[in-house]
Design a protein around this ligand. Structure first.
Ligand SMILES: Nc1nc2c(c(=O)[nH]1)N[C@@H](CN(C=O)c1ccc(C(=O)N[C@@H](CCC(=O)O)C(=O)O)cc1)CN2
Length: 284
């Protein structure tokens, strides 16, 4: 078997085409959505992701507000920029690119954001709303994964899903989205403390690999026909992406997301969805 591709680029392009029309309609009502980004430091990966987010904004007609601080920025300096964007009427929603440099209290920065402008769905109030099944902006990568599966007709309802990883952007919120009544999946969360990862993986209909451990998952770990989403981003000596999923998984899986070209573009598309939805709410 050779797995079918979960094409993130094409799916994101379709989402962006829909958003372009919605942004045009907002502009006719006098509302221009604006996405703000706060980038601290000079991590090349983060710089690339933020640049991609603003390229996407330009494509769909969303205004860009970019704030950059050096790696030496203090907690207070970052908080000052957060306060500035909280107050800026041109900024519909914004994100603080993670991770922040060592020594910065990331949670305090996220808590300081105006939850109504939280385009990432990572403010504690919005994560709490997700737990309570109340409407909230949804974290971009988990929501992008669901959109990618739906767009390709992969059955989520009743599926056994294994999420590998417990980070704040993917691992923690992913099971919350998957176990909503609208998705009705059964989820096992695995992490570095899991005793027999392979035993869990072999039972999975869907695997979300977000461990950041190069080629952690091989063909021998995957049930034939399973859908495998590779979210891991490690870099080799040439700076190329190495995912959590070994290339030999393609021979066993039913569906696989390429990396790059799978979940990454979907993360960016869902960010734009959150910004446009916030603008539509404020436009009534
Ligand atoms: N504030 C946030 N920080 C981070 C998040 C997040 O959702 N919010 N997630 C990740 C990084 N991320 C989003 O910012 C992200 C990851 C990957 C991509 C992407 O488009 N990847 C491309 C490849 C790009 C490359 O060549 O390096 C792809 O997969 O095709 C976009 C955004 C951590 N931080």
């Amino acid at each position: 078997m050779t797995a079918q591709i979960l094409d993130g680029k094409a799916t994101a392009a379709a989402i962006k085409s829909d958003l372009t029309a919605r942004v045009a309609a907002l502009k006719e009502k006098g509302v221009t959505p604006g996405l703000g980004t706060i980038l601290v430091g000079d991590d090349p990966g983060s710089q690339k992701y933020v640049a991609g987010k603003h390229r996407d904004c330009a494509q769909v007609g969303i205004a860009s507000i970019q704030r950059e601080l050096p790696a030496t920025a203090t907690q207070e300096e970052i908080e000052a920029v957060v306060r500035e964007l909280n107050e800026d009427p041109a900024c519909t929603g914004y994100i603080v690119q993670l991770p922040l440099p060592k020594g910065i209290d990331e949670n305090r920065i996220l808590e300081l954001m105006d939850p109504a402008k939280d385009a990432d769905g990572l403010h504690p109030m919005n994560l709490g709303r997700l737990v309570l099944n109340e409407p909230a902006p949804l974290p971009c990568t988990p929501n992008g994964i669901l959109s990618l599966l739906r767009a390709h007709g992969v059955e989520i309802k009743g599926a056994e899903v294994v999420v590998v990883g417990r980070g704040v952007t993917i691992g923690r919120p992913m099971p919350l989205l998957l176990t909503r009544r609208s998705e009705n999946a059964t989820v096992t969360q695995c992490h570095t403390g899991t005793r027999d990862l392979s035993a869990h993986l072999k039972r999975a209909d869907i695997i979300v690999a977000a461990a950041g451990s190069p080629h952690l998952i091989g063909a021998e770990d995957v049930k034939p026909g399973a859908a495998v989403l590779d979210v891991g981003v490690s870099r080799n000596a040439e700076g190329k992406i190495v995912g959590d999923v070994h290339p030999d998984v393609t021979e066993v899986a039913g569906w696989i997301s390429p990396n790059p070209g799978g979940v990454g573009p979907m993360t960016r598309a869902q960010l734009l969805v959150n910004v446009v939805e916030a603008a539509e709410r404020s436009a009534g």
